[in-house]
Ligand binder design. Structure first.
Ligand code: ZN
Length: 115
């Protein structure tokens, strides 16, 4: 289950941010999950309470947002959402060479501090 390592990483980062901002309590953290990661929000939510136990984040809420995969065509610089319908090819030029520019990782997007 790689969700556990992701959630621990997010919790550590959020703890550091909390300390940097002299926060006493954290209300919620927001995490973006790229579709290519295969990370299931279900497990993120499941492991979260254990991961934050005894930390400054205890009692906070986890918000997961799934981010679709976005590609940038190397042939024509068109940004597109690869899908099965277009056989993951660029819909503009039919090119098959593309960079994934979004939806790649698990990113800590927001930490909401309770005041
Ligand atoms: Zn293209």
């Amino acid at each position: 289950m790689h969700e556990m390592s992701y959630i621990l990483k997010m919790v550590n980062m959020a703890c550091e941010i909390a300390v940097e901002n002299n926060a006493k309590r954290i209300k919620s953290i927001e995490v973006e999950i790229g579709k290519t990661t295969g990370v299931m929000p279900y497990y993120m939510y499941k492991y979260y309470p254990d991961a934050i136990k005894g930390t400054i984040l205890e009692g906070s809420e986890l918000i997961c947002r799934e981010v679709p995969v976005k590609a940038l065509c190397e042939e024509c610089n068109n940004e597109y959402l690869p899908s099965r319908e277009n056989r993951y090819l660029c819909p503009k030029c039919g090119g098959r060479k593309a960079h994934i520019i979004e939806g790649k990782g698990v990113v800590l997007k927001n930490v909401t501090i309770e005041d």
